[in-house]
Design a protein around this ligand. Structure first.
Ligand SMILES: [Fe+2]
Length: 267
């Protein structure tokens, strides 16, 4: 292990979404934000490649644009616009000049940027990618920290449950049965092609088996970037015990929200 890049002390397991205690509706939307952030990380990587003059697979860019049009806009934003925002307005949250109005304006701006991105020649798409990524990250941050916090104060469990059921119905209508799983599997394929394994959406018990199977499928001299929501130090020690001398480990990002580790197969 490289001392300069090895695990630091402490291992923080945080469970922000999908837990038994998370409010039903805002918990779902927060979880979807995590998925959207993964897609944004991939899109940002394509933008960086374009800026550096590297070749980008136009099919990967088109698949990401489709993902944002379907998962982000037709499913996620529609849940907010058709169900969450009206519920908040009924409880006195202002649309005009208030947080709901700001969120709606940002959804419209994102839609326009996405259409621009779809029409852009891939070689010239870097500035539009940067604007879209910046807008959506800031938007998600505002919703998580301001709007959803407000919703959790204003909406009781029964209302959260009604909204969650309405979300489910909307999703089926927008994309048919299993649309969420299909889109997620598509995102995982794009991540795999980009050399990324993001385990944040997986239940904790499934994470190490998934990482080991990805590692064992690597050819010597290749690797992937692991993305997790806590310091994956226990994984380092498990690899050291079970694949001694066969892996490299370098932290690329060390929290506080996201950890990225380049894991390579050396033998
Ligand atoms: Fe959102």
């Amino acid at each position: 292990m490289n001392g300069a890049h090895g695990p630091t002390t402490g291992c923080c397991h945080r469970h922000t979404a999908g837990t038994a205690t998370a409010p039903a509706a805002t918990g779902t939307l927060r979880h979807e934000h995590e998925v959207i952030l993964r897609a944004l990380a991939l899109l940002e990587g394509l933008g960086r490649d374009l800026e550096a003059g590297r070749t980008v697979d136009p099919a990967a860019l088109a698949a990401l644009v489709d993902f944002f049009a379907t998962f982000t806009d037709r499913c996620h934003h529609a849940k907010e616009e058709q169900h969450l925002f009206p519920a908040l307005e009924r409880r006195g949250v202002a649309r005009r000049g208030g947080p709901v109005g700001v969120m709606l304006a940002e959804h419209a701006e994102g839609r326009a940027l996405l259409e621009g991105l779809r029409a852009a020649e891939p070689g010239r798409a870097a500035p539009a990618i940067q604007r879209f990524v910046t807008l959506l990250r800031a938007h998600i941050d505002k919703e998580n920290s301001i709007l959803f916090a407000l919703a959790d104060q204003l909406l009781d469990d029964a209302e959260q449950g009604r909204l969650a059921a309405a979300f489910e119905a909307l999703e089926q209508q927008a994309g048919g049965p299993g649309v969420h799983e299909r889109l997620l599997a598509g995102l995982e394929r794009l991540e795999a092609a980009a050399g990324v394994l993001d385990v944040r959406a997986l239940p904790p018990r499934e994470r190490h088996p998934r990482i080991f199977s990805r590692f064992d499928a690597l050819a010597p001299g290749t690797g992937f970037v692991l993305v997790n929501d806590h310091d994956p130090k226990p994984l380092y020690y498990q690899l050291a015990a079970e694949r001694p001398g066969a892996f490299s480990w370098q932290y690329l990002e060390q929290g506080p929200e996201v950890w990225r580790v380049a894991i390579g197969r050396t033998a």
